[in-house]
Design a protein around this ligand. Structure first.
Ligand SMILES: [Zn+2]
Length: 178
């Protein structure tokens, strides 16, 4: 029993932290989309979440443009930041890519990409969904190309090559037996 309590105590903090982060992500997504709709004369089409933070933004539609921008600026300054890092791609070129440490940073980056079109943003040929889940380690990573299924971790690259070799071997065996 004592062990169970200790185990539960250990997990209490991370679990409640994740719930808080999720709640916050949901609020931020809704508020940001509300701002986005107002700025682009689009119909938001639903109510803001019934939370204190979201309801503070409920009347921004009646603000003058300059006040609305000020509110938006204040809201954006409170959003979590996402790290970027310098890396070398397959061709040996230096490039800037997101260096996420958590699924939430990835989510905020995806959210930012959704509302912002910046010519300075790192371009990837990953299309509309630049994020993928590695088929080897299960981590979220940033795709360098459309068809990338494994992250850049050397172990996962080795795993990818092993699986490729196995598939190629099976194909040879199948071809030979036909
Ligand atoms: Zn991986």
């Amino acid at each position: 029993m004592g062990v169970m309590v200790n185990v539960l105590e250990c997990y209490e903090f991370p679990l409640s932290k994740i719930t808080t982060d999720l709640q916050r992500l949901y609020e931020d997504t809704e508020i940001l989309q509300y701002f986005y709709c107002l700025r682009h004369d689009l119909d938001f089409g639903r109510k803001l979440p019934n939370t204190e933070r979201a309801q503070k933004c409920a009347n921004i539609a009646s603000l003058s443009e300059i006040k609305l921008l000020r509110e938006l600026d204040r809201f954006l300054s409170e959003l979590p930041k996402f790290p970027m890092e310098l890396t070398i791609d397959e061709l040996g070129e230096l490039k800037i890519i997101p260096g996420f440490n958590s699924v939430f940073e990835a989510a905020y980056y995806a959210l930012a990409r959704f509302v912002a079109v910046s010519p300075d943003a790192p371009t990837h040929d990953g299309g509309k969904t630049p994020l993928a889940i590695c088929e080897s380690c299960g981590k979220i990573f940033f795709k360098n190309g459309n068809r990338q299924k494994y992250c850049d971790d050397p172990e996962c690259k080795k795993e990818r090559n092993r699986r490729k070799a196995r598939t190629a071997y099976r194909k040879r065996v199948n071809d030979a037996s036909q």
